[in-house]
Design a binder for this molecule. Sequence first.
Ligand SMILES: [Zn+2]
Length: 401
Amino acid sequence: MNQTGEQRERWRRLSDAVKARLDYRSFYARFCRLPERSGARTRTHCPIPNHAHSGGGKPSLSIDLQSGLFHCFSRDEGGDAISFYALLHNLTAGQALARLARELGVETKNVETESDGAGVDARTKGERESLVTRAAPDTTDALLAEDEPAEPLEERRLSLICESFLDACRREEQLEGIAYLRRRGIDRETMRRAGVVYFPRQSYRRVMRELQRQFTNQELMRSGLFNSQGHLTFYRHRLLFPFYKEGRVVYLQARTTASGVEPRWHNMRGSVPALYNIDALGELPSDTIVYLVEGFTDTLTLLANGYAAVGLVGAGGLKEDWLPPLARFRVVAALDPDAAGASATDAYTEIFARRGMRLARLSLASDVNDFFRQHAADSSARFASLTELALAKLPHRDERE
Ligand SMILES: [Zn+2]
């Protein structure tokens, strides 16, 4: 595992261990007045400072004391106990986790044994939901509900298969993938940080056997990476882009690096579960500028140039329930300068506004990657001033509550 993988793994273990030790009722009671006799779900006034509630209105904070999830209806923001702690103390998710771990006496070296054992399955259920908060009022009940729809393969298991697949490929020769991305101005370090992996043709059997060694055929088929004949089918498209959520791979897309292969993309089954690169935002301070772009290449181009960005799969791919994690940033749309990009940006501007958020619109003459390649020498300066212009055009924030 590379350094990033190890960090993610450590994060996951630590967060598992912290949650295992938290008694959610006494945790939330430290910050909110909980009704004396309440069931698992309770409502109270929201103490999150950034929300700036007047304190007069109806209680807007819903807490599920069983799963530890919270949701503020008034500001459409929610998450798990760690994100609650972060919001209360204006910390990044990482700082909040570290502080809670210290407070609870969770040591990193004990984490491994603590995250194993009987309690794990029950906890992961809630935790799966905890980074991307499903905050639309009508989906909140679904978020807090006990029952989840049946899934082809348990999510954690699916993550493990994807991660093993990526690890197996990563041990193989990466040069072609590195060269492909370099031609697009994306350096090796950015590739590494984003967990992008190349799957060389000559490694097909070795990678397939490695997966068969670790998982049953049944599981591999249910993951969608293998066909019913028991063969790995994720191979014609050799550049693999993982989607991370809470440090776990939740989805894969693969792109061909050869010319003439159609379609150019191969997806895992199911719908795209998140914005690409959303996990990287957790560590950023509030009010950072985050670009909303189309595709991996544009996302990685911005990362390579030192910007924060999240990617859509296709211009129209944004889902409304992905918005809450973006609420604390200054979001700038830089979709492709075509009809699809323009109408998607119009639609997103409205969706953002409905949630009291603002979306700035960056107008480039080309897509982001071309922009940076065309203006190699002064691209960053130009990009920064265009961004400033876009932000200046934003309407003023409405007074809320
Ligand atoms: Zn609130």
